[in-house]
Design a protein around this ligand. Structure first.
Ligand SMILES: [Zn+2]
Length: 214
């Protein structure tokens, strides 16, 4: 999970208009819905707010404070997060899937908030790609509510790091880079906005750098 910085002032005028007219979330559609999705995509650099996979199709809109909790916030841009479909397909034909992110969460309140730096600062990973927090409540959110540690997702995270590491090592051999230069390059690439799971990748490269710096 990474810090989500959304500029609340950038919200589309059409959304403000809906609020001023006392409309509900069901009235957010067509062009206005497209605008909101596009804006969340840009501001989140193309990443799901929870699992950090790049958006593959449309950006789903998540209410951080769910509509069941407080429906007065259902058209507040400040309450929106862009999330993925929340479905890991085990079998595309039958539609059998594992629910994660907001699909797993439903309307359960969350303690962890990806918009708060102090929450994100508690996040760490293990070498197999498991995400965790030093805060037990956040951990519960990560494991049980958002379901961010099922086997297939852990594997995807680890694969993304290994693929990146493999390519980088090849490049480093070719150009005779030192370990330090290599890992620094890896860290930079992790945050280039091109890879899935950027905070996991940076975490691993930071650990490698720490190790050689003693
Ligand atoms: Zn997701």
């Amino acid at each position: 999970m990474r810090l989500i910085n959304i500029d609340v002032d950038s919200e589309p005028d059409c959304l403000k208009k809906l609020r001023n007219e006392n409309k509900t979330y069901d009235d957010l559609k067509d062009d206005c819905l497209k605008k909101v999705r596009k804006l969340l995509n840009t501001q989140q650099e193309g990443y799901c707010a929870y699992c950090e996979q790049k958006f593959k199709s449309i950006v789903f809109i998540e209410h951080y404070i769910s509509q069941q909790e407080d429906n007065t916030q259902d058209l507040m841009f400040s309450n929106f997060l862009g999330v993925c479909s929340g479905k890991f397909y085990v079998d595309k034909k039958t539609g059998k899937h594992i629910a994660h992110c907001d699909t797993s969460r439903g309307a359960t309140p969350l303690t962890i908030n990806p918009k708060l730096q102090e929450h994100i600062d508690t996040i760490f990973y293990d070498e197999n790609g498991r995400i965790a927090s030093t805060n037990p409540d956040f951990n519960k959110d990560i494991d049980d509510i958002l379901n961010l540690n099922f086997e297939e997702l852990i594997e995807l995270r680890d694969k993304e790091f290994k693929r990146n590491f493999y390519n980088l090592s090849k490049f480093a051999r070719q150009f005779k880079l030192s370990k330090k230069e290599t890992y620094k390059r890896g860290l930079k690439a992790s945050n280039s906005g091109k890879m899935d799971f950027p905070s996991y990748l940076s975490y691993r490269y930071k650990k490698l750098l720490e190790r050689i710096n003693g």
